[in-house]
Design a protein around this ligand. Structure first.
Ligand SMILES: Nc1ncnc2c1ncn2[C@@H]1O[C@H](COP(=O)(O)OP(=O)(O)OP(=O)(O)O)[C@@H](O)[C@H]1O
Length: 376
């Protein structure tokens, strides 16, 4: 069983529609219910700031501080986890000109928000992700990259280095007159980085597919078949050096075509994630709204399981508006799967009754106009 990591105390100041809120939690799951606009998602967003990046809304920090105040905000938590109790905090100082937030761990400034990953992992599922299967390939690529990144922080560097090399190649092609050795060197660099990206994504997808395979487990969440397409397809078994050679050849052969197109048409930036509902044998994008939500939730739960397996600690889950799309059987199954992960989940909804099957497993809180109370 992975180590349980829980947020036991949470304090927000001048965050979104909260002046000040202080919560004592007891390690159980937390259900936040309340009317539209009450501040439920804001609370999840605050917790999501305990991970690197801009949180579950990809917010600009200057928008996060309570409007009308002086744009500063702070969020503190006491976390029980791998190394006993740790105090973590993040925020912007009032009147701060800087675009980056401060992160404190045990009253000391962290060098980077990545240090938070030594203490807790936070994963989320929000309604904004609902169009994942019907939207563009770039959304699915970002989804996969975020998953890879959560387990392999070097992936971000790889992707940005690839992007830079590709821009250099595009520029040389656009200028028309280029030195063959120079463009060859850039293409070689792109091949090394591009193939490393492909392999990292493929490894993540195969681990995820294994965990998203719920056949025979009695789960109400459908099994999904996952595959990556769009870049060096059908060459999965080849060693990295062979894949690099293949890609270099494609780039060399594609120079005139790419010059005409004004961009590089082959590469990891063309990858797409295909998700197939196994029982129905149809693409996820053709499934019903509830089925798509179930498939997506299944993927996020598989990611949570993978994170627990690889780090030894169960991630904290933020599940916004999680219950509304699900029938009673799926809700009960969801709560059981969350329990089996062995971590703490924060869930929101407008209707308390949707969470009844959780019973005493969750602390029930009511959110109203930026204040939070234990539900009576
Ligand atoms: N920087 C800010 N300062 C003050 N209030 C803000 C700020 N940002 C957002 N809000 C307010 O927070 C409220 C939205 O909160 P939130 O998104 O958490 O609602 P919710 O309870 O999740 O609602 P729903 O059920 O509709 O999703 C809105 O009324 C919005 O105007």
């Amino acid at each position: 069983m992975p180590q349980k990591v829980t947020i036991n105390r949470l304090t927000l100041s001048a965050f979104r529609n909260y002046d000040h809120a202080s919560l004592n939690l007891d390690g159980r799951h937390v259900v936040l219910t309340g009317e539209n606009g009450a501040g439920k998602t804001n609370l999840l967003e605050a917790i999501s700031f305990f991970s690197p990046g801009r949180g579950l809304r990809r917010a600009v920090y200057a928008d996060v501080g309570k409007q009308g105040a002086d744009a500063g905000f702070s969020i503190f938590a006491e976390v029980d986890g791998m190394d006993g109790t740790v105090e973590i905090g993040t925020g912007l100082l009032p009147g701060s000109e800087t675009a980056s937030r401060r992160v404190r761990i045990n009253a000391t400034d962290a060098k980077s928000a990545d240090e938070l990953l030594d203490h807790l992992r936070i994963l989320w599922l929000t309604p904004a992700m609902d169009g994942l299967f019907t939207g563009g390939a770039s959304d699915r690529r970002r989804f996969i990259d975020r998953l890879v990144l959560s387990l392999d922080p070097t992936h971000g560097r790889r992707a940005s280095d690839f992007e830079r090399s590709m821009k250099m190649r595009n520029k040389l092609l656009e200028e028309g007159r280029y030195d063959a050795d120079w463009i060859g060197a850039i293409e070689k660099q792109m091949a090394g980085l591009g193939v490393a990206m492909k392999m990292a994504r493929s490894e993540l997808v195969s681990l995820l597919a294994h965990l998203a395979d719920r056949d025979g487990s009695g789960s109400a969440f459908p099994s999904a078949d996952l595959s990556l397409t769009g870049f060096l397809d059908g060459m999965e078994g080849l060693p990295a050096l062979d894949l690099e050679d293949q890609y270099i050849e494609l780039l060399q052969q594609g120079r005139y075509r790419d010059q005409a197109a004004g961009r590089t048409l082959e590469g990891p930036h063309r990858t797409d994630l295909n998700v197939l509902h196994r029982d129905k044998k149809i693409e996820a994008g053709l499934c019903s709204t509830g089925e798509q939500k179930a498939l997506l939730t299944g993927l996020v739960l598989a990611h949570a399981q993978l994170t627990a397996n690889l780090t030894g600690a169960a991630p904290i889950l933020l599940l916004d508006e999680i219950a509304a799309h699900f029938d009673m059987r799926r809700r009960a199954s969801l709560f059981d799967l969350i329990d089996q992960l062995g971590g703490q989940a924060f869930m929101t909804g407008t209707d308390r009754h949707l969470f009844e099957a959780l019973g005493e497993r969750a602390l029930q809180l009511t959110v109203s106009n930026g204040s939070i109370n234990v539900s009576s």
